[in-house]
Write a protein that binds this ligand. Structure first.
Ligand SMILES: [Fe+2]
Ligand SMILES: [Fe+2]
Length: 295
């Protein structure tokens, strides 16, 4: 049963409760329940009900996290050979960790910037993205558990929340770095991951990754959409703003090769990302594309 919009908690408060939930599965479940309640209230609104309240809340600087996995410096996370079952589990574990962070990143975006005025569609987009990340986390945890492992069985990268902390007072920076750089990077690397699990004949993992791949493009697109919206409202050049935000908040250069087609689909054009990479990378990708087209 969906709660009536009048009894629904303000969205910012729901976001903070998700952020304060430590256990991964419980976080994903609450995220899905609150997301469903939000969209039920929005459907009621379209039938003449009141608009659900966004409200205001204070999100924690760091979201609650389970006691396991242990979070380590990326250089200290043990590497396992990719061709082995342990290597595949390690890869699924790393993906689960990314998805869990992504749930928190979207709810944090919802709760943290309520002082900035937006059309309600801004909140619809990020609630939908948070629900999809919750599904992704569950899908990958299901795979780990089917393979006699679980999320928390091995160490995971610390520092994934760094981009969120550094952009906690800068929404333009947050949109540039989180959806338009970090999530766009997911579009670049996921086809290779799918091939990797196909070679291992792990069809359920391939199917999980295909769901993730098809939905992640929307998250990048929401980032681009609202980044452009803000730039348009403030009358600033989006490409220049993107370059300056990424140079300020993202440490290092962007890494080619890029999935240019999916990035274009998500509204991130080449002149946004190529100037932020090594020039040699661009030459290498042009040569690779030419070789593929010639073969
Ligand atoms: Fe995801
Ligand atoms: Fe995502």
């Amino acid at each position: 049963m969906s709660p009536a919009s009048t009894s629904l908690k303000p969205l910012a408060q729901m976001a903070v409760e998700v952020l304060q939930t430590a256990d991964g599965r419980a976080k994903a479940a609450l995220s899905l329940a609150y997301g469903a309640a939000w969209f039920a209230a929005r459907a009621e609104e379209k039938q003449g009900g009141a608009r659900p309240d966004i409200g205001q809340a204070t999100p924690p600087d760091e979201p609650a996290r389970p006691t396991a996995p242990e979070l380590k410096d990326p250089r200290e996370v043990p590497r396992r050979r990719p061709g082995t079952p342990e290597g595949r589990n390690a890869m699924l574990h790393a993906i689960a960790h990314i998805e869990l962070n992504a749930i928190d990143l979207h709810w944090d975006l919802i709760a943290r910037f309520t002082h900035i005025r937006f059309p309600v569609g801004f909140y619809d987009d990020w609630v939908k993205a948070a629900m999809e990340e919750s599904k992704h986390f569950n899908l990958v945890c299901d795979r780990l558990e089917a393979l006699d492992s679980f999320y928390g069985a091995m160490p995971a990268h610390a520092g994934m929340w760094r981009a969120a902390l550094e952009t906690k007072d800068d929404l333009l920076g947050r949109l540039a770095v989180v959806p338009m750089v970090l999530e766009a990077r997911g579009l670049d690397v996921t086809p290779g991951l799918i091939t990797f699990f196909q070679k291992a004949k792990d069809t359920p993992s391939v199917e999980a990754l295909q769901v993730i791949y098809s939905e992640e493009v929307h998250h990048v697109a929401y980032g681009s959409k609202w980044f452009h919206f803000l730039c348009g409202r403030e009358d600033i050049d989006p490409k220049e703003a993107f370059h300056s935000m990424v140079r300020r908040y993202f440490h290092g250069l962007l890494k080619a090769p890029f999935n240019e087609e999916k990035r274009a689909e998500a509204g991130v054009p080449p002149d946004f990302y190529w100037p932020l990479t090594e020039p040699e990378d661009m030459v290498a990708q042009i040569e690779r594309t030419a070789a593929q087209e010639g073969s």
